[in-house]
Design a protein around this ligand. Structure first.
Ligand code: EPU
Length: 331
């Protein structure tokens, strides 16, 4: 166990904070030997969905479990077992090389495989739940390894049971994904087709991945050069009646129906409309190409980013009457 460890390079926002204690583990046994873990503690993967507003006064458990194994295969699909510490995009590249489809739309999402189910990562019309089979997690008090089916994970939009009832209780160690050998390409997100057509690329999983990478690189800052945690807020889901009123006021507002009673709004569009895009105060800012992404220009304090986030939430509530929830975990 290490003491007073800098977290600046262990999370994508790049905030200069320290953790009181830190331990990395590369298999379940190592993790089990640390149980019962005394609070406060935090399981860390790629650190791509966190904002530290102060030094962390507890123990960081850093998941470094590696390995991608094919555990079942038939003519249509493969079942992969993946270590929670595998970098998500490295998994995507590995499966593309083998020709397995299903997660090409999730190319270049920062973070680790173990963290991916917690918030049901999603992009360009696909979520991890679409290919998810099961996962194994260690209970951090009993040390027992437990299996969670897709149903038990209770996935929702950027949501799962691990963000709600079971928050903080488990560490996800292995994830099983079922991928397809026969490409079922999803270009429901129109901009993918536009990029493929412009570049005259064929409709393959590899080219869809290339298109997604291009779109992401155009809009989203690379955490290696500009600290950020992707979308800072969730896209808000509001009632149809509230939407009808807003639509009269903002006729060009993008929206996505959710069932027949609710509508999802584009938080990025709303924040942009309010003039925040490109805003900067000190080293805390709103990304100039995507208003949903808050950025650290170098030496921002976590509290500065958080104060900016709160100012954005207040202005959105003032004008749109909509509550913006954070997607990022605030610590
Ligand atoms: N928009 C603006 N101005 C902006 C940003 C967006 O007008 O500054 C408009 C866009 O033109 C578009 C709409 O808002 O009409 C939606 O924008 P975009 O397609 O960029 O997607 P998003 O809703 O902002 C979501 C996810 C992203 C994911 C993309 C693509 C959430 C919170 N975010 O963003 O996920 O990559 O869709 O599927 O659901 C993440 O979770 O970290 C993340 C980056």
């Amino acid at each position: 166990m290490n003491h007073s460890v800098s977290l600046k390079h262990l999370h994508t926002f790049g905030i200069a904070v320290t953790a009181k204690e830190y331990v990395a583990f590369s298999d379940e046994k190592m993790l089990q030997s640390l149980t019962p873990v005394s609070a406060p503690y935090l399981v860390l993967g790629g650190g791509s969905n966190l904002l530290f507003t102060k030094d962390y006064k507890g123990l960081i458990l850093h998941n470094k479990i590696q390995g991608i194994d094919c555990v079942e295969e038939d003519e249509k699909s493969v079942l992969l077992r993946i270590g929670g510490g595998v970098v998500w995009h490295e998994l995507v590249l590995w499966v593309l090389e083998k020709g397995y489809g299903g997660i090409e739309n999730l190319s270049l999402i920062p973070g680790s495989v173990g963290a991916a189910p917690v918030q049901n990562i999603g992009a360009y019309g696909v979520e991890i739940k679409d290919v998810f089979d099961r996962l194994e997690a260690v209970h951090l008090q009993t040390g027992k390894i437990e299996t969670f089916s897709k149903k038990a994970c209770d996935f929702g939009y950027r949501d799962s049971v691990f963000k709600r009832q079971l928050k903080g209780q488990y560490c996800i160690c292995r994830v099983w994904l079922r991928l397809s050998k026969k490409a079922r390409i999803n270009t429901s997100y129109g901009v993918i087709n536009d990029v493929l057509a412009q570049a005259d690329l064929p409709l393959t999983i590899q080219s869809v991945s290339k298109a997604v990478i291009q779109i992401r690189q155009r809009k989203l800052p690379d955490p290696a050069t500009l600290g950020n945690s992707g979308s800072f807020f969730k896209n808000p889901i509001i009632s149809l009646s509230k939407f009808s009123t807003l639509k009269l006021q903002f006729p060009d507002m993008p929206f996505y129906p959710v069932g027949d009673k609710s509508v999802k709004l584009a938080a990025g569009w709303i924040i942009d409309k309010l003039g925040w895009k490109g805003y900067r105060k000190g080293d805390a800012g709103v990304h100039r190409h995507q208003a949903l992404v808050l950025v650290n220009y170098g030496n921002a304090k976590g509290m500065e980013i958080w104060n900016l986030a709160k100012a954005i939430q207040a202005s959105v509530f003032d004008v749109f009457g909509v509550v913006l929830e954070t997607e990022v975990n605030i610590l």
